[in-house]
Ligand binder design. Structure first.
Ligand SMILES: Cc1cc2nc3c(=O)[nH]c(=O)nc-3n(C[C@H](O)[C@H](O)[C@H](O)COP(=O)(O)OP(=O)(O)OC[C@H]3O[C@@H](n4cnc5c(N)ncnc54)[C@H](O)[C@@H]3O)c2cc1C
Length: 698
C-alpha cells in the first residue's frame, strides 16, 4: 500500500525555440526568453505513478508532487493536481538558486524526508518517481543522487511495470537490451524513460487545482546541508553556441542524385565524422615545463580572457621576468596604464595565480570500467585512451577500477589500452551489476586511493553509478561530456583542472564546467566520442586487488529477467543501412531494407550490414543485436543510411564517427535532417525501390 512522491520540474520549452531566443552577441540561448512547461518525462512520471497506484488496487494511496524552483514553478504543481496529484509541495527560496545536481538532490531529499514524516506519515512505504532527466540539464543525476542521500535503491530508465505477487516488477533499459527487476526493499526511487499514456485534466479537477492550497517550504524548513551555488560541487565556466555541425545537411530532391552521392561517398570516402565531439586540443603541459612562466593555458569568459591578455602585454612592456618583481607599485602602474579596465581584485587574483605551479588536484586519472559477460565495454577502452592523454599532461598515472565477481582476466587488455594500474574489486555479490553494491565497492576504492579524475562511460550503467558514487565521495560530477581537457584557471592559480564540456538545453548550447569543493573531478563521457588507442600488448602495468566488505544486504535489486541481443553482426562493414519505426512493419523492414542492402552490396562489391533504431527493435522488426546507438552499438562506417529514423540523440550518438550519413524520412522537419549529410523527404515505401533502381543505373 505504497504512497508516491513524484518529482516534477518546470523547464524551458526547447521544442519551440523562437529566433529572439538567441543572444545576438554570444550566440547562446537565453533561457528566460523561452516559454516554461512541465518537463515532459516528469509528466510521464506522474502518469506512471498514477498507473502504479491503479495497478496496486490501492485507492487510498496518495500521490504528492514536489518541485524546487522559483515561485512561478507552482504552475507545474497545479498541472499535477489537475491530473492525479492529491497534494503538492513547492520548495522555493532564493538561497536554493544556482544549484548544480548535488545541491539540487540534497534539498529535494530533505524535502522528501519531511513529506514522508509530516504529510504522508507513510513510514518506509513509498516510491519516489521522476522523469529520467530534464530537458534543460539532461544529466539524469538528480534522482540517483537523491537515492544516495536517502540510502534507497534506484531503478533507472524504467519503461514499464507489472504488479505481481503484491510487488512491482519494472522493465528498464540497459546497455544492449532490457531487464525486468524488482526492488528488494522499499522505499525506492524510480526514473521513467518512456511512458506515453498521457494524463488529461478534467474540467472540474482543473478548477479545483487552480484554487487548491500549495504547501510552500523555504530552505530553513527542510534543513538541507548543501544548497545553492555555495553548496554546489561544480561551476559553469563558460557557455557558448554549439559548433556548426560538420555534416552537410543537404536536401536532395531526386533519387538519382542520392544514388550518385552514395556511390561517391563509398568510393572516395569523402565524408567527415562529426566534429562536435572531442576535438584533439593542444597538449597541456604543467607550468614548470613552460618556456614562458607567465603563460596560463585556460578557458574563461571573454572578459577574463581579455583581462589576461592585457596583463600579459603590460608585463612584457614593463620588462618583468618573474612574478616576484610585481610589487604594489608595479600593480599600481599596471592599473594606471590599462586605464583601470582591469579590476584591482582581478589583477591581485591573476598575479597570485602566476605563483601557483602545481596542479590543484593530486592523484591518478581513473576510469571506472564497464563489462558484461567477461567482455569490457568498448566505451571503457575509449575512456582509457582519453585518461592516458590527460594523465600524460598532468604527469601522473592511469588507473582503471573494475568491479565484478571475476574480473582479473580483463586486466591485460586494459593495460594494453593504456592503463598503468588495474584496481580489481572481486566479490561474489558483484556478479551482476547492482547499483547499490557497485557504488559501495567503487566508492570504497576511490576513498582509499583518491584519484584526481574519475571518468565513467555515459551508458545507462555509468549514468546510474557515477551520480551515486560522486555523491557518496562528496565530489562534483558532470554528465555526458563530449570534451575533456586540462586547463588552468585564469585567476587564483588553479592549475591543471579538468574542464568538462557538454551540450545542454537539448544541444542548443555548450557549457564548460569545472569541479569545486571536491576530492576528485568526475565526469561521464559519451560513448563513441573519445578515441580508443591502438592496443599495445607490450605495455607493462600492475593489478592491485582491492578488498571491500560486502554482503547480500548490499544488493538492492532482484534481477528477474535480462534480454540481451545475441547473434552475429558485422558492424565493421563499410556500409550500414538501418531501419527505424518508420519502416512500419517487419515485412517492410525485411523487403525494403533487404533489397537495398543487396543492391548496394552488388553494386559496391562490399558487405552491407543491417542496423536498427531501438524503436524498430522494440517493434520486433529485427533482433536486438542490430541496434545502433547509446545502448546498442556505436559504429563508424563509411556510409550510414537511416530509413524512417527520427534522429533521437541516443541513436545519433552511435553514428557520430560515420563518414557520410544519408537519411530518408517522410517528415520534412525530422531532426535527423540537421544531423546528416544528404537527405530525401519521402516515404521509405516510395523512395527505397526508386533508389534501388537508380543505383543499378549508376
Ligand atoms: C536510456 C535510453 C537509451 C536509448 N538508447 C537508444 C539506442 O541505443 N538506439 C536508439 O536508436 N534509440 C535509443 N533510445 C531511444 C531513442 O530515444 C528513440 O526513442 C529512438 O531512437 C526512436 O527510434 P526511431 O527513430 O526509429 O522512431 P521514432 O522516433 O518514432 O521515429 C520514426 C521516424 O520515422 C518517420 N516515418 C514514419 N513513417 C515513415 C515512412 N513511411 N517513411 C519514412 N519515414 C517514416 C517519422 O517521420 C519519424 O521521424 C534510447 C532511449 C533511452 C531513454
Amino acid at each position: 500500500m505504497s504512497d508516491y512522491i513524484v518529482l516534477v520540474k518546470q523547464v524551458p520549452d526547447v521544442s519551440q525555440i523562437t529566433d529572439n531566443a538567441f543572444d545576438p552577441e554570444t550566440g547562446t540561448l537565453v533561457r528566460a526568453r523561452l516559454a516554461s512547461v512541465i518537463n515532459e518525462l516528469d509528466a510521464q512520471a506522474l502518469a506512471f505513478a498514477n498507473m502504479m497506484k491503479k495497478m496496486s488496487g490501492d485507492d487510498k494511496a496518495r500521490i504528492i508532487a514536489l518541485t524546487m524552483g522559483p515561485p512561478m514553478a507552482e504552475e507545474v504543481l497545479r498541472y499535477s493536481l489537475a491530473r492525479s496529484a492529491d497534494q503538492v509541495v513547492l520548495l522555493t527560496d532564493r538561497a536554493l538558486g544556482g544549484a548544480d545536481t548535488w545541491a539540487t538532490a540534497n534539498p529535494l531529499a530533505h524535502a522528501i524526508r519531511k513529506i514522508t514524516k509530516e504529510l504522508l506519515k507513510c513510514g518506509d512505504d513509498y516510491f519516489v518517481v521522476s522523469g529520467m532527466q530534464s530537458v534543460d540539464g539532461d544529466t539524469a543525476q538528480v534522482p540517483a543522487q537523491i537515492a544516495e542521500e536517502l540510502g534507497l535503491p534506484c531503478i533507472a530508465y524504467v519503461t514499464g511495470a507489472e504488479y505481481r505477487k503484491k510487488r512491482f516488477e519494472f522493465t528498464r533499459i540497459i546497455s544492449g537490451g532490457s531487464q525486468t527487476v524488482a526492488t528488494k526493499k522499499l522505499p525506492a526511487v524510480i526514473t521513467v524513460a518512456k511512458y506515453e499514456h498521457t494524463l488529461f485534466a478534467t474540467f472540474s479537477r482543473t478548477r479545483w487545482a487552480n484554487k487548491a492550497d500549495l504547501v510552500k517550504w523555504g530552505a530553513d524548513d527542510i534543513k538541507a546541508t548543501h544548497i545553492g551555488a555555495k553548496g554546489s560541487k561544480t561551476a559553469v565556466i563558460r557557455v557558448f553556441p554549439p559548433g556548426k555541425s560538420a555534416r552537410k545537411c543537404q536536401h536532395l530532391s531526386d533519387v538519382k542524385s542520392l544514388a550518385k552521392v552514395i556511390m561517391d561517398s563509398v568510393k572516395s570516402g569523402n565524408g567527415q565524422a562529426d566534429q562536435n565531439g572531442d576535438a584533439q586540443a593542444d597538449s597541456y603541459v604543467l607550468p614548470d615545463k613552460r618556456k614562458d612562466k607567465f603563460q596560463r593555458i585556460f578557458e574563461a569568459t571573454q572578459k577574463e580572457q581579455d583581462d589576461y591578455q592585457l596583463l600579459i602585454e603590460k608585463i612584457k612592456e614593463l620588462g618583468i621576468k618573474s612574478v616576484v618583481q610585481i610589487d604594489d607599485s608595479v600593480k599600481e602602474k599596471i592599473l594606471e596604464t590599462t586605464g583601470n579596465s582591469i579590476h584591482k581584485k582581478t589583477l591581485d587574483d591573476m598575479i597570485e595565480g602566476f605563483k601557483a605551479t602545481k596542479p590543484a588536484f593530486k592523484g591518478e586519472v581513473w576510469v571506472v570500467a564497464e563489462h558484461s559477460g567477461g567482455v569490457v565495454h568498448p566505451a571503457t577502452f575509449e575512456l582509457t585512451g582519453k585518461a592516458r592523454d590527460l594523465a600524460d599532461s598532468l604527469e601522473t598515472k592511469v588507473g582503471v577500477c573494475i568491479a565484478g565477481d571475476n574480473v582479473g582476466h580483463m586486466a591485460e587488455e586494459l593495460i594494453a589500452a593504456g592503463a598503468d594500474t588495474v584496481y580489481a574489486i572481486e566479490h561474489k555479490v558483484l556478479k551482476q551489476f547492482d547499483p547499490t553494491a557497485y557504488r559501495k565497492a567503487v566508492a570504497d576504492a576511490i576513498d582509499k586511493y583518491v584519484p584526481q579524475i574519475v571518468l565513467y562511460a555515459a551508458t545507462p550503467q555509468g549514468r546510474m553509478l557515477a551520480p551515486m558514487v560522486s555523491y557518496r565521495v562528496h565530489s562534483g560530477l558532470t554528465a555526458d561530456c563530449t570534451g575533456l581537457d586540462i586547463r588552468d584557471s585564469s585567476r587564483k592559480g588553479d592549475i591543471g583542472l579538468l574542464l568538462q564540456t557538454r551540450p545542454a538545453l537539448g544541444g542548443n548550447v555548450m557549457a564548460t564546467i569545472r569541479t569545486k569543493n571536491s576530492k576528485s573531478q568526475m565526469a561521464t563521457a559519451r560513448p563513441g566520442v573519445m578515441k580508443r588507442l591502438p592496443p599495445d600488448p607490450s605495455r607493462k602495468g600492475k593489478v592491485v586487488k582491492h578488498q571491500v566488505e560486502l554482503s547480500e544486504d548490499d544488493v538492492s535489486l532482484e534481477i528477474i529477467q535480462t534480454e540481451l541481443g545475441s547473434g552475429e553482426v558485422n558492424f565493421g562493414a563499410d556500409v550500414i543501412v538501418s531501419g527505424g519505426k518508420g519502416m512500419q512493419s517487419r515485412d517492410n523492414y525485411d523487403s525494403l531494407l533487404g533489397t537495398l542492402c543487396e543492391g548496394l552490396s552488388n553494386k559496391l562489391g562490399t558487405q552491407v550490414e543491417r542496423g536498427a533504431s531501438r524503436a524498430a527493435v522494440e517493434q520486433g522488426f529485427i533482433e536486438r543485436v542490430h541496434q545502433v546507438g547509446q545502448t546498442g552499438t556505436a559504429i563508424g562506417p563509411k556510409l550510414y543510411i537511416a530509413l524512417g529514423i527520427s534522429g533521437a540523440i541516443q541513436h545519433m550518438i552511435g553514428v557520430a564517427n560515420t563518414e557520410t550519413i544519408v537519411a530518408i524520412n517522410s517528415d520534412p522537419n525530422a531532426p535527423i535532417f540537421k544531423q546528416c549529410d544528404y537527405y530525401i523527404v519521402g516515404t521509405v515505401e516510395d523512395t527505397v525501390p526508386q533508389l534501388v533502381q537508380a543505383l543499378k543505373a549508376e
